[in-house]
Design a protein around this ligand. Structure first.
Ligand code: ITT
Length: 214
């Protein structure tokens, strides 16, 4: 059974693939670019769950003729800063205002967040991922369609300066309380043992197991 990663973000693919390859030898994991698919899905919902479902549904519809049995897996992630009332949250990818309207780089967003946090003492923050699955699996009646979502959350705080070179996005300024290190000071394997993304994927895998046992 094919699992298609419904994301255009290759940094997410790098983390998601090893997490999923542990599920079962029955699953083969494909990223969109490996299937020759290039799509821009506009995230029009105002929640992580809404946008994750929107992406999983869009990729499922796009590829269900080509792959009658498959699971589309989408990830929507946000960094929620206490002192900023939950911002950037669902808008994490486009946080820094850009004069020419282009999409900000990771560094633009990191610099803008540090600027917004200048002089603020309460630096608590959390990373939240919602993983959405939309799938079609073989059944006695022909096929069985399903949708599920699962959430992962990690508490931490925003550092005063960037620390570490690993990872992507806000990793250099997100200090994980449980470890005293930023995500950017961890290898992919180490981040995958505890991250918001891996917690969401683990819950999604439990949901899949329940489906298989039905
Ligand atoms: P897709 O929608 O194609 O999956 P995206 O990058 O637009 O890719 P999101 O809408 O979930 O994905 O964007 C969330 C942004 O949050 C992302 O661009 C990064 O800047 C940041 N981000 C997501 N996961 C992260 C992580 O594990 N560590 C640090 N920053 C992360």
């Amino acid at each position: 059974i094919i699992v298609i990663l419904a994301t255009a973000n290759r940094d997410k693919v790098k983390e998601l693939r090893p997490l999923l390859e542990h599920i079962s030898p029955l699953f083969t994991v494909h990223a969109l670019h490996e299937l020759g698919v290039e799509v821009e899905i506009e995230e029009t919902e105002d929640s992580l769950e809404g946008n994750a479902l929107l992406k999983a549904r869009a990729i499922f519809s796009l590829l269900s003729d080509r792959f009658p049995f498959m699971i589309a897996l989408a990830d929507d992630t946000g960094l929620e800063v206490e002192a900023l009332h939950g911002a950037p949250g669902v808008y994490s990818a486009r946080f820094a205002p850009m004069p020419d309207g282009r999409t900000p780089t990771y560094q633009d967003n990191v610099s803008h967040l540090l600027y917004c946090m200048n002089g603020i003492a309460d630096r608590s923050a959390r990373f939240r991922t919602v993983v959405a699955l939309k799938g079609s699996l073989p059944s006695a009646q022909g096929s069985f369609l399903f949708e599920r979502t699962a959430e992962g959350l990690v508490e931490g705080s925003i550092t005063l300066n960037q620390q570490g070179d690993e990872g992507f996005g806000y990793d250099p300024i997100f200090l994980v309380h449980a470890t005293g290190k930023t995500y950017a000071e961890m290898s992919t394997d180490e981040k995958n043992t505890l991250s918001h993304r891996s917690l969401a994927v683990q819950k999604a895998i439990t949901e899949l197991r329940n489906i298989f046992e039905q």
